[in-house]
Design a protein around this ligand. Structure first.
Ligand code: MIC
Ligand code: SF4
Length: 756
């Protein structure tokens, strides 16, 4: 039986009426996205239509998921909300803290030993507050959620940007910062700006070398890393229906890379099959009962232009396998163009390592298709040229692929199986020789490929592809190998071609697992004690941030003017820093160390305006803090792209940065800044970015009349005595302005709790 089946029954019992009310309020046929969103209004039945891209709306998500690297901060905040139990079903997943080095067993044992303090903390908080706990080794949050919790038509939030993966099972699943998760677990509404809608029509059918991953690699190429910002992407069409449920998950997962709020697909047979094979025939049966509500109204898909803000059509029959990268997930190159592109850009074409798996691509289908290629190595007398690694997404998948002999085949091509965890995808990869910082190429089936992300080496060029392409390129050891047309020379000197991959959508013998790694919470957790040692280096209880002083902010120093791409990986790096995710002061020592200083093009090297000397960003900011001086961070387009980690907002807040002023923000990061009581501002005129000088002292004016839709002013006091005033915009609503004034949203919850 599925987890929380009673909750699912309740959602479905009211779904029809809610959709009816929404159709009346909106006054026209509804997309699937609208149905799910309107069915989860905090107020109950819809009484009005909300303007897409404008109206803030309060929602009531059905569940919350958190992974260990973000759960620590989310739960440290939740512990201050004063509740005895979470208000909605919630889970914690231990997946981010396991370093991939030797093999799954050795790596897992080491992580359990090294991170025991954090795991014990998460386990005891989960036990106390009624949260389901998935132990280290159980798998990656999004795969475990898809296998156990996601359900068509449901709405969930998760403290990880790839929470969107659950769209593969027809959910609206959205990545958020820990403070948002804290609100929902505390029984408060969750606010989101009514998203715009992008419809993607998939015509034709995938075949041969092309995989679902290529759909999203193509979409990323079309929409770029910011093209989905503020929008939900809804996929439909014959190509969507013909695709597996886990393939749909892959597409939704990587929708995070175009900045989309989330992506989703209508309920269909593939979802029903997946639910049944993962032990949830009960959910499939319930979903069948309200089938018509779990997809868009027929008029919508017949005339998508009338209902979506943007429509894209992709013919799957013509789609080619793609490789996206390096350094950004939207640089899409079809495999047939790779020879030219690599030559033109001087990319090293020797593939050193092929890595498959991750939360994006580790389904049974993915692995079975990759294994069909691995088999051909022996059959055709080939030798695998590159190293090859596999990170299974869950223990259930790992156990099943072992049972079905896949791991043995991979073993025969010399592959290493890492633990069921994030590992190399988030810099938790002790790659031999990475410290030499040699320029080299890797290919992986993950989703992100920002500089330093996988192995910490800024000179590693990572290309994202489907697991089957990664396997083929690893066998060939060549980035430009096009398996559709090219041959390989085997051990006997013969020219051989790889046959296109084949696989099974679901295991013929069903999934199996001995210990899935789940730990249920205590019925009554009131006696459970949660301990945080005051001398811990990894965990630190939170002190409230100071409230706004009630004046304009004067005399702020420019901490850094970041140039170009500044993702959350640049703001708060992962890899070795993940160990400090529960200790705000310690993790603040990585503040913006990956961002490029506009004035000298260096990373982690900025001018301290008090001494005139150049030094690391965190130390410079600590010097301003010690002197009681606030500061400001300036950035470029899509600032805060990527992850949901609220550390990227809490660290500057903790160290005394008062405002972040950029050309544009990524959604989650902007919200995280607001939640923590920071000023998230955008240039009214983007060219004003050029007016910011290295020695500027900056004032922010207009705060006494801080109001929605009303710009603020920034005075740039230049070192030569001149000054200029520029206008800056913001997207704060009334409620968010209260967060700013209180010094952070949590201070408001705290106050309410204390008043009870
Ligand atoms: C990522 O893929 O970048 C992460 C690591 O999963 C993050 C969350 C984190 O930083 O802990 C994400 O995507 O939100
Ligand atoms: Fe983990 Fe990578 Fe997925 Fe993030 S994208 S959850 S780091 S596997």
């Amino acid at each position: 039986m599925a987890f929380d089946i009673e909750m699912i029954k309740q959602v479905y019992a009211r779904f029809g009426n809610r959709v009816e009310a929404a159709r009346k309020a909106v006054g026209k046929p509804l997309t699937l996205t609208e149905k799910i969103l309107y069915a989860h209004l905090w107020q109950g039945d819809a009484t009005q239509a909300y303007e897409r891209g404008k109206s803030y709306v309060d929602f009531a998500p059905d569940r919350v998921a958190m992974q260990d690297a973000t759960a620590q901060m989310a739960l440290l905040q939740f512990m201050q909300a004063g509740r005895s139990k979470v208000a909605v079903p919630s889970t914690v997943h231990c997946d981010h803290l396991i370093v991939a080095k030797d093999n799954s067993k050795v790596d897992l044992d080491r992580a359990i030993h090294e991170s025991s303090e954090v795991y014990d903390f998460l386990a005891s908080v989960s036990n106390k507050y009624g949260i389901g706990f998935w132990k280290p080794g159980a798998g990656i949050i999004h795969q475990v959620v898809l296998e156990n919790y996601a359900f068509p038509g449901g709405m969930m939030i998760g403290t990880d940007s790839h929470t969107v993966n659950a769209g593969g099972l027809g959910m609206i699943a959205i990545g958020v910062g820990g403070a948002d998760a804290c609100d929902v677990m505390a029984g408060l509404p969750w606010e989101l700006k009514m998203p715009k809608l992008i419809g993607v029509k998939l015509s034709g059918k995938l075949s041969g070398w092309t995989a679902p991953k290529d759909v999203i690699l193509k979409v990323a190429g079309i929409l770029t890393v910011k093209g989905g910002t503020g929008a939900v992407v809804e996929y439909f069409g014959e190509g969507a229906i013909a695709m597996s449920c886990t393939g749909k998950g892959t597409i939704c997962n990587m929708g995070a890379e175009i900045g989309a709020t989330t992506s989703t697909f209508g309920y269909d047979e593939s979802m029903s099959r997946y639910l049944k094979s993962t032990g949830r025939a009960d959910v499939a049966e319930l979903a069948d009962g309200i089938k018509a509500h779990l997809t868009a109204d027929p008029e919508v898909y017949a005339n998508p232009e009338q209902y979506f803000d943007q429509v894209i059509e992709i013919n799957l029959s013509e789609l080619e396998p793609h490789l996206n990268g390096p350094f950004t997930p939207d640089l899409a190159t079809p495999i047939s163009k790779m020879k030219e592109a690599a030559a033109a850009n001087n990319w090293p074409t020797k593939v050193e390592v092929g890595l498959i798996g991750s939360c994006t691509n580790s389904s049974y289908e993915d692995i079975s298709r990759a294994v069909s290629l691995a088999k051909q190595v022996a059959e055709k007398g080939l030798k695998t040229k590159a190293q090859f690694t596999i990170t299974p997404g869950s223990e259930q998948v790992r156990y099943t692929i072992e049972r079905d002999g896949f791991l043995k085949t991979f073993d025969q091509i010399g592959a290493t199986v890492f633990a069921n965890a994030c590992g190399p995808c988030i810099g938790m990869w002790e790659r031999m020789g990475a410290e030499k910082q040699e320029r080299n190429t890797i290919v992986h089936s993950f989703n992100r490929n920002f500089a330093k992300r996988a192995d910490g080496n800024p000179n590693t060029l990572a290309f994202v592809a489907s697991p089957e392409m990664v396997t083929a390129l690893a066998i060939a050891g060549d980035l430009t190998f096009n398996p559709l047309t090219d041959t390989l020379t085997n051990e006997k000197g013969e020219q051989v071609k790889l046959d296109p991959p084949v696989g099974d959508e679901l295991p013929a013998k069903g999934f199996a697992v001995e210990d899935a790694g789940y730990q249920a919470p205590a019925e009554d957790g009131s006696a459970v004690e949660v301990k945080v040692s005051p001398t811990s280096k990894r965990l630190q209880l939170l002190d409230p941030f100071a409230a706004w002083e009630g004046t304009d902010l004067k005399g702020l120093k420019l901490l850094i003017k970041a140039k170009g791409k500044c993702t959350t990986d640049h703001i708060s790096m992962a890899g070795p820093w993940l160990k400090f995710r529960g200790h705000l002061d310690n993790i603040s020592n990585n503040l913006l160390i990956g961002a490029v200083n506009f004035f000298n093009e260096k990373t982690d090297n900025v001018k301290n305006q008090l001494t005139g000397e150049y030094g690391p960003v965190p130390a410079t900011q600590r010097a301003y803090k010690a002197a009681g001086i606030g500061s400001i961070v300036v950035g470029d387009e899509n600032y805060g792209e990527g992850s949901s980690r609220e550390h990227a907002a809490m660290e500057p807040r903790h160290l005394g940065v008062r405002a972040v002023l950029v050309k544009s923000f990524a959604r989650i990061h902007e919200t995280n800044l607001k939640k923590q009581g920071m000023l998230a501002l955008t240039f009214a005129n983007k060219e004003d970015y050029d007016k910011i000088l290295e020695d500027d002292t900056i004032d922010i004016e207009g705060l006494l009349a801080f109001a929605p839709n009303k710009p603020l002013q920034i005075v740039l006091n230049h070192a030569d005595g001149s000054n200029e005033t520029i206008q800056v915009n913001h997207t704060y609503n009334e409620q968010q302005i209260e967060w700013f004034k209180a010094g952070g949203a949590l201070n408001i919850i705290r106050r309410e709790f204390a008043g009870k």
